[in-house]
Design a binder for this molecule. Structure first.
Ligand code: ADP
Ligand code: ZN
Ligand code: ZN
Length: 731
């Protein structure tokens, strides 16, 4: 028998299947991991096929050296997914396969020791105390087991056999061969008792399965009870003997989701996300593979969970940018999820209070089944959103961070003993140029997107066509010289609040204060426990947290994402305002939202403050149609990077000339094409050049075939060339 093997070579561009003979006594199957001779080394690989034929002469084939696991780690569905991802995202075999297994399994890290499970023996505490002083490693290991609490621990090769054996001999540790899996979170109890569905929820839960379409778009306002709908749909899926995948944008930000799912599905649910340690990740993955768990909750990469017979996939907050992988391997989660759902005859649910323009348009066109939940569960309805015109504040002489309205409302809230959340925008590192007096923002003459200020060369650049503009010294509309570029940080907001409200508890939540996964939970927990009255934070507090005593939400600088230089800026701003507003008045108390802006007349704010998603969708969809941006076109960027600028330029030129020739013969497929230096010309010593295209939707496949073909032909040493489709950022 011949095994078709993908060798796991780390840096090579090789994307080839190698043939090996299978030794008589080896029961090898498609999807098994293997060890194979390669050159003069032995490397890990994946068997992706068994055949009785080879194009290579049998005498020249070497045998597979070993089967690495006692289980098959890639099932038939995943192998089919691999083929799909190769075609769709132009990935190498090995890039796909690596996504499918936990990192810890690669490079020989899963060895015998890994299967050794230890726990503290009865009465170990006293014996630990009497360990000799010099037995440092033994003490460390004992401490590790103790931290594991009631759970057993996996020892993954970091402690030597002598240490382990000594601890067992001393009666401190006990060996078992059956793992008891560690729980990834320290507190996941409570929450999520069964409720009676509202008629809207019932209709939604049924609608997912009664449609003949694979994909349903669940458009439900914040607080309409989408989570309960997901859980019911999952219960139904499990009861039919199928499995389910629940995706959320960043799970460590939503401990509530974890709690709910643990409470409802107990040990049948596994968690997969970036906050897990390597060992924890492996444990959870293995539970899914072996069928001990049949529901997975996780961030983007959980879409690759090793499940069979997938009956349902849910993508909550489907509009979230984190669902697109922007670095290698590049893929879009929704495409993967759709493939997996279709493969198993299952369903895909995209849920959001603010669906992406692309998704809602797909629902309008009948490609997706549209399910609406227009009402909140709580009787209070949506909190009122009040727009505060910051240019008027300026005229009155207030140049601070807080408008007088916000300060007044803050005083009321704090005085009443309620809680407030203040939200600060930190999207992107670049900034736009804005007139503080009239709100004018510099835009590209050709592209209708705002320009980005680049401090290195002191110019304004358009990320969509590469045009450069001089810096503004005066506003071309009102003549004011008060042009703003910078932005305010969370720390400064906290400082000002401390002066305003001495003695009031204030918490800060941003990248700095939440370096570890427990830090999130600590801050959220403290705020929920009312240890502070004001929480100041960035994007991460916009996610689905529930704080019953929050009656005021302030958005300090809403415009920051409005003028982020991206065709999605308006969409992102609408999503952000809606989501942040959803934090106020979720329980018995009603809430209020103050939104500070220099452009109170902008249509985004008009629709957002009325909670008019449909109105916003119509307007924005029309803008996209007129300007020829997605969903009415596809943006393709070919990016070339490398340390030697001449080489990068040469590569860019070659690819561009070929593409230009193709474009000339197929003019109607293109809306735009230009080669240029990337807006950020150099990152980490790598020069960056790019070819930007906007192509007609129905020509996307044809153009991509050409692009991918070129990438193969112009692969030169020292330059990395890759293509991005509808990139999240064009910097
Ligand atoms: P969404 O995800 O749509 O913003 P949630 O799922 O967070 O909304 O639900 C909002 C609140 O309503 C939660 O506190 C949830 O526990 C509660 N809830 C959901 N469904 C019901 C129901 N059928 N009856 C009572 N409360 C419900
Ligand atoms: Zn002006
Ligand atoms: Zn432009």
């Amino acid at each position: 028998m011949i095994a078709k093997v993908i060798v796991d070579i780390s840096s090579s561009e090789v994307d080839r299947i190698f043939d090996y003979t299978v030794p008589e006594d080896m029961a090898l199957r498609r999807g098994d991991r293997v060890l194979v001779p390669f050159g003069n080394k032995k490397l890990e690989g994946f068997c992706i096929g068994i055949s009785d034929k080879s194009d290579v002469d049998a005498s020249r084939l070497k045998p597979v050296a070993a089967k690495l696991d006692d289980f098959t780690c890639i099932n038939e569905g995943m192998l089919a997914l691999m083929d799909f991802m190769r075609r769709k995202f132009y990935l190498r075999y090995v890039d796909c396969l690596r996504l499918f297994i936990p990192n810890q399994m690669r490079g020989g890290r899963v060895r015998e020791l890994n299967r050794l499970y230890l726990s503290l023996a009865d009465g170990a505490e006293e014996k630990i105390a009497s360990l000799p002083k010099r037995a440092k490693r033994q003490k460390e290991l004992a401490e590790r087991l103790r931290e594991g609490g009631e759970y057993l621990s996996v020892v993954s090769g970091e402690f030597g056999a002598s240490t382990i054996n000594a601890l067992i001999a001393a009666g401190i540790a006990e060996k078992t061969d059956k793992p008891v899996y560690r729980k990834p979170y320290r507190d996941v109890s409570g929450g999520g008792s069964e409720v009676e569905l509202t008629p809207d929820q019932q209709r939604a839960a049924d609608g997912i399965f009664s449609t003949d379409k694979t994909v349903s778009l669940l458009y439900g306002v914040t607080g309409s009870g989408k989570t309960e709908v997901y859980m019911r749909a999952i219960e139904r899926t499990l009861s039919q003997g199928k499995t389910a995948i629940m995706l959320v944008p960043e799970i460590s930000l939503t401990p509530q989701t974890l709690r709910n799912f643990r409470a409802r599905f107990s040990d049948r649910v596994a968690l997969l996300h970036s906050g897990l340690g390597q060992g924890e990740r492996y444990d959870e993955w293995k539970r899914l593979l072996t069928g001990q768990a049949d529901v997975v909750v996780g961030a983007r990469s959980a879409v690759f969970a090793p499940l069979d017979n997938v009956g349902l996939i849910v993508m909550d907050e489907e509009h979230d940018g984190s669902y697109v992988s922007e670095s290698n391997p590049r893929y879009s989660t929704v495409d993967v999820a759709r493939f997996r759902a279709e493969y198993g005859g299952g369903k895909l649910v995209l849920g959001s209070a603010t669906p992406s323009i692309e998704s809602f348009e797909a629902a309008q066109e009948g490609e997706y089944n549209l399910i609406s939940m227009p009402r909140r569960i709580s009787a209070h309805g949506m909190p009122q959103i009040e727009l505060v015109d910051m240019s008027k504040e300026l005229i009155r002489g207030n140049t601070g961070i807080f408008s007088s309205r916000l300060e007044e409302e803050l005083r009321d809230t704090v005085g009443r003993g309620d809680q407030a959340i203040l939200f600060l925008n930190r999207r992107g590192h670049s900034s736009f140029a804005m007139c503080r007096k009239c709100g004018y923002v510099a835009k590209c003459e050709d592209c209708d997107v705002s320009l980005t200020y680049h401090s290195v060369d002191n110019v304004l650049k358009c990320h969509y066509c590469g045009k450069k503009y001089k810096m503004l010294t005066r506003c071309p509309v009102c003549g004011s010289d008060r042009i703003r570029y910078g932005k305010v940080g969370t720390q400064r907001v906290v400082q000002e609040l401390q002066t305003m409200f001495p003695g009031t508890g204030i918490l800060r939540m941003d990248n700095e204060t939440t370096a570890t996964k427990d830090a999130y939970l600590d801050i959220l927990g403290a705020f929920k426990a009312r240890e502070a009255q004001i929480l100041v934070g960035t994007q991460m507090i916009a996610k689905g947290h529930d704080f019953p005593d929050v009656t005021l939400v302030g958005i300090l600088d809403a415009d920051m994402s409005l003028y982020f230089s991206d065709y999605r800026s308006c969409e992102r701003t609408f999503q952000l305002v809606t989501q942040v507003a959803g934090r106020a008045g979720r329980a018995a108390k009603s809430g209020k939202v103050l939104l500070q802006t220099y452009s109170p007349g902008h249509y985004v704010y008009r629709y957002a403050s009325q909670y008019d998603y449909i109105g916003f969708f119509r307007k924005e969809n029309n803008v996209r149609k007129v300007t020829g941006f997605p969903p009415y076109s596809t943006i393709v960027r070919v990016l070339m990077t490398g340390e030697i600028e001449e080489k990068v330029i040469a590569a860019a030129k070659n690819v561009f000339l070929e593409l230009r020739a193709y474009e000339l013969e197929n003019k109607d497929e293109f809306l735009f094409m230009r080669a240029m230096k990337s807006p950020v010309g150099r990152i980490e010593r790598q020069y960056r050049y790019q070819i930007l295209m906007r192509v007609r939707k129905d020509s996307e496949d044809a153009v991509l075939r050409v692009v991918y073909g070129l990438l193969d032909r112009y692969r030169v040493k020292g330059v990395s060339v890759f293509a991005q489709i509808d990139p999240q950022s064009l910097s």
